[in-house]
Design a protein around this ligand. Structure first.
Ligand code: BTN
Length: 264
């Protein structure tokens, strides 16, 4: 079913996120559009949402599978007044909001893989691409691009992600309203963003850890050509992954692709 903008606007009136909605049938990438809007001065909480993307972007220069009619592709503009070094907190916050949204459809099944992939049954159902624009050492804006596989069936995924991707429909054997899911997502984002900017990161960190998949496991993190192996211990006050390496030394990692080598 198509999104109903009128209902979306009614449901989101008064929320921090979603008060201004830019909707497209097809677009290159909602992140690119949101980035242009951010540069033009669009206010915090403006969102871009599309029915399909012809050039959906993933983390680490990957592409994001974005067929029409089935899934959610949205980007949110935020203008937090904190140090750029603390920006990873925002991606952790977004992962928590997305995971809790997905969990309403799949109770007790959603897990977050650092930094912010959401997994169902060990497979990726949601990815988040954060892009930041700074100005004289301050955050001008952050774009949070969120892709959720909602109603796509398992056999529709391209061969290269067939074994690693899933959708809410594939896990629940039912189709779901993208409109309702989007409203829940924006409301959860509003709630946790308000917590982050008013009371700080600690409560978000605690809730995130309850849903985290890597903690206590032998883990590998790849960033470019570098590979770090060790036991994942948690995340620190900035959202960095804390690991104990093979020599027992504590290391903190701000970006990368994590995978479990051995469950605890
Ligand atoms: C990842 O690699 O896990 C991040 C995927 C992010 C995909 C979303 S879909 C909406 C937004 N627009 C994009 O081009 N990418 C993000």
């Amino acid at each position: 079913m198509e999104l109903c903008l009128k209902e979306l606007k009614k449901e989101l009136a008064g929320e921090i996120i979603g008060h201004s909605i830019h909707h497209f049938q097809e677009i290159g990438s909602t992140n690119d559009e949101a980035f242009s809007l951010g540069m033009e001065g669009a206010p915090e909480g403006t969102v871009v949402v599309a029915n399909s993307q012809s050039a959906g972007k993933g983390r680490l220069q990957r592409s994001w599978f974005s067929p029409p009619q089935a899934n959610i592709y949205t980007s949110v503009i935020l203008r937090p007044e904190f140090n750029p070094a603390d920006a990873p907190r925002i991606t952790i916050m977004a992962g928590l909001a997305a995971a809790q949204t997905i969990e309403t459809y799949c109770p007790r099944k959603a897990r977050i893989k650092w930094p912010n992939d959401v997994l169902l049954d060990g497979k990726k159902v949601c990815g988040i691409l954060a892009q930041m624009q700074t100005n004289e050492d301050k955050i001008d804006f952050v774009i949070l691009g969120i892709g959720i596989n909602v109603n796509i069936s398992a056999d529709e995924f391209p061969a290269e992600i067939k074994n690693t991707a899933t959708s809410i429909a594939a896990q629940t054997a039912a189709f779901h309203s993208r409109q309702d899911l989007l409203i829940t997502l924006y409301k959860n984002l509003s709630k946790w963003y308000k917590t982050l900017t008013s009371t700080g990161f600690e409560m978000i960190r605690e809730e995130w850890l309850k849903m985290a998949s890597l903690i206590g496991c032998e883990t590998q993190v790849k960033f470019g050509n570098e590979i770090i192996k060790g036991k994942a211990l948690g995340i620190d006050e900035r959202g960095a992954l804390v690991m104990s390496d093979s020599k027992g030394k504590t290391v903190k990692i701000l970006a990368g692709d994590a995978s479990i080598l051995k469950e605890n």
